[in-house]
Design a protein around this ligand. Structure first.
Ligand SMILES: NC(=O)c1ccc[n+]([C@@H]2O[C@H](COP(=O)([O-])OP(=O)(O)OC[C@H]3O[C@@H](n4cnc5c(N)ncnc54)[C@H](O)[C@@H]3O)[C@@H](O)[C@H]2O)c1
Length: 247
């Protein structure tokens, strides 16, 4: 069977919901011991109860202290999926500093803190990192000024790390189009409560394939990137977006 992760330990930030939840499930099925690192402890524990060999590290990845605590006592790590992220809607004139700081703190600073904490273990295991960016890091998306900026930073961090450690670890980045997850549901509920179906149809049409991605479709690409079969894939930025960025 290709794409096995037997005897590997995988830490998945934001592993309790959406794309991260799908990765937690799929990586467990592939034989990995999964560590669900999430700020939502209740949801993470409920998922861990379903996944043999998994466990929870609850905490906020944007806090240096919380990340230090998460990594205390961790002695093996082969895979890091930097998936936790939040959104922010608005063009530049609607973006206040507090919102800008919040989204950068989770999507960029959080990824930096977790990756830095994981590096000694990943160097020891010749491990693999997968970062969740977005098409928003590659092309402009209307009314997503700060979010686009954070995801551009994720792409840049991926390429930079691949250059500093080209033989020691592999680090790649996935850029999904819109994926049907609680992230999108939350956005519809907050900004389009009374026209959800209309906006959902617009989101479908934004992608030439005419539908949203499924969390499992993104998680399976992460599985491939962490497997031995992807041994030559490094520093790559891979789109999985129903054709969005082909236009
Ligand atoms: N859903 C999409 O359309 C889409 C598209 C492109 C990229 N992405 C990216 O994929 C990633 C996952 O998105 P999703 O749709 O699965 O989101 P989601 O909201 O369903 O899940 C995100 C998870 O991250 C956790 N989290 C949030 N902030 C955290 C923090 N500070 N510390 C620890 N955990 C935290 C949440 O509790 C949640 O479990 C994000 O980085 C997102 O930007 C999503």
């Amino acid at each position: 069977m290709p794409f096995r992760l037997d005897h590997k330990t995988a830490l998945i930030t934001g592993g309790a919901s959406g794309i991260g939840e799908a990765a937690s499930r799929i990586f467990t099925e592939a034989g990995a011991r999964v560590i669900i690192a999430d700020i939502d402890e209740k949801r993470a524990e409920a998922l861990a109860a379903q996944l043999p060999g998994s466990r929870v590290l609850a905490g906020d990845i944007s806090s240096e202290d919380a990340v230090r605590t998460m990594f205390t006592g961790l002695d093996q790590l082969d895979i890091l999926i930097n998936n936790a992220g939040i959104g922010l809607v608005g063009g530049i004139l609607e973006t206040d500093l507090a919102g800008w700081d919040r989204v950068f703190k989770v999507n960029v600073t959080g990824m930096f803190l977790v990756t830095r904490a994981a590096m000694p273990l990943l160097l020891a295991s010749h491990g693999s990192i997968v970062n969740l960016a977005s098409v928003a890091g590659l092309v402009g998306v209307k009314k997503r000024f700060a979010y686009c900026a954070t995801k551009g930073a994720v792409v840049a961090m991926t390429r930079q790390l691949a250059l500093d450690y080209p033989t020691e670890i592999r680090v790649n980045c996935i850029c999904p189009g819109t994926v049907d997850s609680p992230f999108v549901e939350g956005y519809l509920e907050k900004y389009h409560k009374h026209e959800k179906e209309k906006v959902r149809a617009e989101l479908n049409q934004r992608q030439p394939i005419g539908r949203l991605g499924k969390p499992s479709e993104i998680a399976n690409m992460a599985l491939y990137l962490c497997s031995e079969e992807a041994g030559f894939v490094n520093g790559s930025v891979l789109c999985i977006d129903g054709g969005w960025t082909a236009a």
